[in-house]
Design a protein around this ligand. Structure first.
Ligand code: AMP
Length: 543
């Protein structure tokens, strides 16, 4: 027997309409490319989003069309998220850190009709223009006074909105209608597109709202440093207005000093971003000898947060939530918030839990499987490839049947490519990416474990551990270190530190000092490039 309840399609624009009515004064503060700090709220944003939807219509954008953005975190980018999807088109966020080749590929693959760009990225588009499809239009996200000279024949964002009515007759869309498109950073092969729907986006936002309650609530000021141009800024453009939290957008200045200043000025409570960014902020905090005004929580993810970083924040009174997720998952899968019982445990026990990737959010199921696809127990011991299932997770890649077939297993779960264990309480511990685990003599060595420990050495600025082919053991670990300026870390000292945490046979066979580590477009260490750089490396016992 079926229930007898109304079926109203889940729709993204409803989030903003709800915020405009329930939290009209919820703030949206942005560092603009114009150089100033811009302040608005959810009620005024909803009105401008209506104007923008009219402007899109005037540009000839039809339902299903892909409209791209190439922009920092700011209020205009936020407006585009809603106006594009609300009018039935698809908001394709482009990562400006992609290579020219990858950017050209995804614009073509997505079939974008218009690109909305910040002034910062105009030169990139000018350089690519000849390879991009004919007929592609460009809109520069500023006012007439700040329009740069350009060869794009570009339109001006504020002029498009000027004089448009603030109310728009939002179409009633099937909730499975595509709403957003984001390509993975594509560390191997061509980037692949995750195509989100209205339904998946709302269910993910609800899942985050009921799970991450420390900050997703009215009155809290959240700063997404995680970009709107990648992984939907971890869903904050949706979950923050849904819950009445305010948004502080940092624009393009993401160094520790700029973030500290912005946080201080605007009273940011909760900051979301990758470990690299928080290292910069921690340095600034150490320099100033205090936390920014009102700062009490950091959500860290995108790559593993070193335990030393978590402890530094926690001992200075900042609650750390270590989260894990993927572009393909909308993106949040797990969070590291502790329940009341866990908060009564010793500091060490709490740090043990917080150093893991935490527990699943509502709506995400996790399983780990061995090489044959057999499920492994959630006992904290068994390690396997992590698979996920849920309404916010892709069922395949956009226009890519081959990659889609490889991504989903026979039971309909998505393979993350991460190697993990899960304990009895549901805490996920990511051991590594499948391709980054080091298998030595049939035994696993986790490069993440080694890196976490090495990062706590005072002379180490950053590091990575990669596998080097070895005639006897198949693979052995090589440690690559970027030293703190003026310091020369010694391998013997690092080994001694490591030996407090890992077995002797797991110690890196060699250490190389470098000036910088290669990064992917999303700012993570590119192990692929590093492995290429050290291909054929001779370890000491290989002469
Ligand atoms: P992306 O789609 O670019 O966000 O990359 C997702 C991948 O980043 C995941 O599959 C993990 O390999 C890695 N990742 C994300 N968050 C974490 C985390 N907290 N700890 C370890 N790895 C992470």
């Amino acid at each position: 027997m079926l229930g007898m309840m109304m079926h109203r399609p889940l729709s993204i624009i409803e989030i903003l309409r709800f915020a405009a009515q329930s939290y009209p004064k919820g703030e949206v503060i942005s560092v603009r490319t114009e150089g100033d700090l811009h302040r608005t709220n959810y009620a005024d944003t909803f009105a401008r989003v209506g104007q923008l939807a009219h402007a899109l219509q005037a540009l000839g954008i039809n339902p299903g069309d892909r409209v791209a953005t190439l922009a920092w975190n700011g209020y205009r980018h936020f407006e585009l998220y809603y106006a594009i999807s609300g009018s039935g088109a698809v908001c394709h966020t482009i990562n400006p850190r992609l290579s020219a080749e990858q950017m050209t590929y995804i614009v073509q693959h997505a079939g974008d009709r218009v690109i909305f760009t910040d002034t910062t990225f105009v030169p990139i588009l000018e350089g690519l223009k000849d390879q991009l499809p004919a007929g592609l239009r460009f809109v520069i996200m500023t006012d007439r006074a700040h329009m740069p000279d350009n060869t794009l024949d570009a339109l001006c964002y504020e002029e498009l909105l000027d004089g448009q009515p603030t109310s728009f007759d939002w179409p009633e869309l099937d909730e499975n209608t595509a709403a957003g498109l984001c390509y993975t950073s594509g560390t191997t092969g061509n980037p692949k597109g995750a195509l989100y729907s209205h339904r998946s986006t709302l269910l993910h936002a609800f899942g985050c709202a009921v799970t991450v309650q420390t900050c997703l609530r009215e009155g809290v000021r959240i700063m997404p440093v995680v970009p709107l141009f990648h992984v939907n800024a971890w869903g904050l453009p949706y979950s923050a207005p849904l819950t009445g939290a305010s948004l502080i957008f940092p624009g393009g200045a993401l160094d520790g000093a700029s973030l500290f200043k912005l946080m201080d000025e605007t009273g940011v409570n909760s900051s979301w971003g990758v470990p690299t960014v928080w290292q910069g902020l921690l340095d600034e905090i150490a320099k100033q000898g205090r936390n920014p005004n009102g700062f009490n929580e950091v959500i860290v993810g995108g790559s593993a947060a070193p335990r030393s970083m978590i402890e530094k924040f926690e001992t200075s009174g900042v609650n750390v939530c270590h989260a894990w997720g993927m572009t393909e998952m909308s993106p949040i899968g797990t969070h590291g918030l502790l329940n009341e019982d866990m908060k009564t445990r010793s500091f060490k026990d709490q740090m043990d839990l917080k150093s893991t990737q935490g527990r699943r959010i509502m709506g995400v199921e996790l399983k780990i499987v061995d090489e044959n696809g057999a499920r492994q127990p959630h006992d904290g011991q068994a390690v396997g490839e992590l698979y996920v299932r849920g309404n916010g997770i892709i069922s395949g890649y956009f226009n890519n049947p081959e990659a889609s077939a490889a991504a989903i297993d026979a039971e309909g779960w998505f393979g993350t490519g991460d190697i993990a264990s899960i304990n009895e309480d549901g805490f996920l511990l990511i051991q590594d990416r499948a391709k980054d685990l080091i298998k030595s003599g049939g035994e696993w060595i986790s490069s993440i474990d080694l890196e976490n420990v090495v990062m706590s050495h005072p002379d180490v600025a950053s590091c990575a551990v990669i596998a080097v082919a070895h005639p006897k053991w198949d693979e052995r670990p090589l440690l690559v270190v970027v030293p703190v300026p003026g310091k020369t870390p010694q391998k013997a000292e690092i080994d001694a530190l490591l030996l407090q945490h890992v077995a002797k046979w797991q110690l890196p066979d060699a250490m190389e000092l470098v000036d910088a580590l290669p990064l992917t477009a999303t700012g993570k260490v590119s192990k692929l490039t590093l492995r290429q750089q050290f291909a054929g490396y001779k370890l000491p016992d290989m002469d």
